[in-house]
Design a protein around this ligand. Structure first.
Ligand SMILES: Cc1ncc(COP(=O)(O)O)c(C=O)c1O
Length: 363
């Protein structure tokens, strides 16, 4: 079969290795998966209750316009329903943003070592990718380099993962405002992907929803896969100008958000106790993981997310394989071009301890 060159050369997204597959492959009874930035707090009991009630209606199509859930999310985000659209995970929205706002041969602009989905979706759409150099000392985005590259390429969409996956680093209000000011009044859309914003502790982290009201060319992407713990149901949200939302809604598949996801998100945004528990586990456990990494003599980068990246002394693929044999799944970052780096998703106390013990043997 003949496909275009961009599809032929596309390397698909590599998800964290599944637990059951690893158990079978290595004949293990227990496997600790700390590879997909999932929520170690499990599912909110309010979500389980709401889903149980909703199950008898599964023969119905979901509400295509997500009217009820958008009204609730409008309150939640302090925005208007017409400034919100929802996706099958925020990943779908990334794909839609590129398909809608970039034409073949144009480019998206992002940073080196930014979330890999931007590159995959762009390549699938036949759109070029400009990656501004990252500040490798700090593993953070360089807004000055991004601005420089934007001036040269005038890319219609700029993706800033804030904080970024896989580096865990963030950019400040001052930096994002600098980019917004330079790009204001042009045809460029700045997308702030805030998949991990609920975990951020830094005091100069931007209030993006407030900024969105001031800068109509800013679009904010959120997910319910991380701190809200419904990754399996797939729900992401875009908060943007009515013009941006209208274009995305023209292309979005009518039933992209399933009925259980709609029910679950309504329940979880009301469960304040769950969010605070999810956040507290990460904040406490992350400090312990930093301690383990220090004890192992492994360099790491302080993170504002629910994961931490660290440098390995041998190729990360080797470390990954050795850990797998001991029933611990961490994420090697080779596909990001970071051959000596791994990402550790923060888990519960006993899971992190298992990873530490396994790393001790491998290192
Ligand atoms: C920065 C970033 N954005 C978006 C996503 C996609 O999340 P989802 O499609 O589950 O909403 C992820 C997932 O890991 C991520 O790390």
């Amino acid at each position: 079969m003949k496909v275009s060159e961009n599809i032929e050369s596309l390397v698909p997204y590599k998800a964290g290795k599944p637990i059951e597959e690893t158990k079978k492959e290595f004949g293990l009874e227990t496997v600790y998966k700390l590879a997909s930035n999932e929520n170690p707090a499990g599912v909110s009991s309010k979500v389980i209750e709401a889903l149980t009630k909703a199950l008898p209606n599964l023969h119905r199509y979901p509400d295509a316009g997500c009217v009820e859930v958008k009204a609730k999310l409008a309150d939640f985000f302090n925005a208007k329903p017409e400034n919100i659209t929802l996706g099958n995970g925020s990943n779908e929205i990334i794909d839609l943003l590129i398909r809608v706002f970039c034409q073949k041969g144009q480019s998206i602009l992002t940073s080196e070592f930014a979330f890999i989905a931007y590159k995959i979706c762009a390549q699938a759409a036949g759109v070029n990718i400009i990656e501004s150099a990252m500040d490798q000392e700090t593993m953070s985005f360089s807004i000055d380099k991004i601005i420089e590259d934007w001036k040269e390429h005038k890319s219609p969409v700029v993706f800033i993962a804030n904080p970024n996956n896989p580096t865990g680093t963030y950019i400040s209000t001052q930096e994002i405002v600098k980019l917004l000011e330079v790009t204001k009044g042009t045809d460029t859309l700045i997308v702030l992907d805030e998949a991990y914003c609920e975990y951020v502790e830094a005091s100069d982290y931007p209030d993006s929803l407030k900024l969105q009201k001031e800068y109509s060319h800013l679009a904010v992407l959120r997910t319910f896969s991380k701190a809200y713990g419904i990754a399996g149901l797939r729900l992401g949200a875009l908060i943007a100008s009515t013009e941006v939302i209208d274009y995305i809604d023209r292309v979005r598949n009518p039933f992209n958000v399933n009925s259980l996801a709609q029910v679950a998100v309504s329940a979880v945004i009301e469960d304040k106790e769950y969010l605070s528990r999810s956040r507290n586990i990460i904040i406490t456990e992350k400090q312990k993981c930093y301690g383990y990494l220090k004890e192992l003599g492994l360099e790491f980068f302080p993170s504002e997310t629910n994961f931490v990246i660290f440098k390995t002394k041998k190729p990360c693929i080797e470390v990954f394989k050795e850990l797998l044999g001991m029933g611990v799944i961490l994420r090697p970052l080779k596909n990001y071009g970071l051959d000596y780096y791994m990402r550790w998703s923060i888990g519960q106390d006993f899971e992190n301890m298992a990873a530490f013990e396994a790393l001790k043997k491998v290192i």
